[in-house]
Design a protein around this ligand. Structure first.
Ligand SMILES: Nc1ncnc2c1ncn2[C@@H]1O[C@H](COP(=O)(O)OP(=O)(O)OP(=O)(O)O)[C@@H](O)[C@H]1O
Ligand SMILES: [Mg+2]
Length: 250
């Protein structure tokens, strides 16, 4: 199929959908990678809110960092009607406590099956994979994936192999849903990789980096479409701002 005919899921941020030639290719898993405070959660929340308000598309937001109350507070900063959209069943916000030791994949599967979202967010992939690594080391039921990886693969359990196994399994599960997914990730300062684990940028269908630099007494922010499978994209750095209405592109 020619890229012009590909179904798209619009982010709803002017300039960004245009740079993507119409929006995210439907079904893609996209990493939003950036340092602390660059606006990853704002971007992810805006993607879900816009989906519901502008396009009537149901969105599921799974947070491993901020609880529901904190997310309501963040949405209120931008006057986004989170509660109202939840009541209309267009949006669902779920806090997943990584310290509880529950199976993330089981929970995600159950949520997607019952809610049937068109869009999904996992904020953040970094916290989730870190926690899955820890629980796999302590051999709790929290993580059954590494046990699967162990039986399949005879190679020693190094950290890197474990991280890869966790990520492959997670991405494979998400791909199965055909839900266009945004996952946030920490962007290491050394610039060597595009995610904290150094693997997910290769497995993801797309990577958008968010960077912030201090210039005088303000922040200069720019984003880059590093990778987006199945569509050509505009290259280069694009300035963005975080304003009272969320992320905006100049
Ligand atoms: N109304 C607003 N106008 C301008 N900037 C704002 C506004 N509301 C929040 N911000 C800025 O947005 C940033 C927070 O964004 P966000 O929480 O999305 O970042 P993040 O990348 O998810 O951070 P973390 O790494 O801590 O998870 C803050 O630095 C804050 O100053
Ligand atoms: Mg955040």
């Amino acid at each position: 199929m020619a890229y012009e005919e590909l179904p798209r899921v619009k982010i709803g941020v002017q300039g960004l959908d245009k740079a993507l030639n119409g929006g995210l290719p439907s079904g893609n898993i996209v990493l939003i990678s950036g340092g602390a405070g660059t606006g990853k959660s704002t971007f992810a929340l805006q993607y879900i809110i816009n989906g519901a308000t502008l396009f009537g598309e149901r969105g599921l937001y799974i947070s491993t960092e901020q609880n529901k109350e904190e997310l309501y507070r963040q949405a209120a900063c931008f006057k986004w009607p989170l509660l109202e959209l939840e009541q209309k069943n267009l949006l669902k916000v779920v806090y997943f406590d990584v310290m509880q030791g529950d199976s993330f994949i089981e929970k995600m599967n159950a949520l997607v099956m019952s809610f049937e979202p068109k869009r999904m967010v996992i904020d953040s992939l970094t916290t989730l994979t870190d926690a899955l690594m820890v629980s796999s080391m302590t051999d709790e039921k929290g993580f059954s994936m590494v046990q699967i990886a162990d039986t399949v693969s005879p190679v020693p359990r190094t950290d890197q192999i474990m991280t890869k196994s966790i990520l492959y399994k997670l991405f494979k599960e998400i791909k199965k849903f055909k839900v266009t997914t945004v996952m946030t990730s920490e962007l290491p300062e050394d610039g060597k990789t595009l995610s904290a684990d150094g693997v997910s940028e290769f497995i993801a269908d797309g990577v958008i980096t968010l960077k912030s630099m201090t210039v005088g007494d303000s922040n200069s922010r720019n984003l880059e479409l590093k990778k987006m499978r199945y569509t050509p994209v505009e290259g280069g750095l694009k300035s963005y701002e975080i304003t009272a209405s969320g992320i905006t592109l100049e």
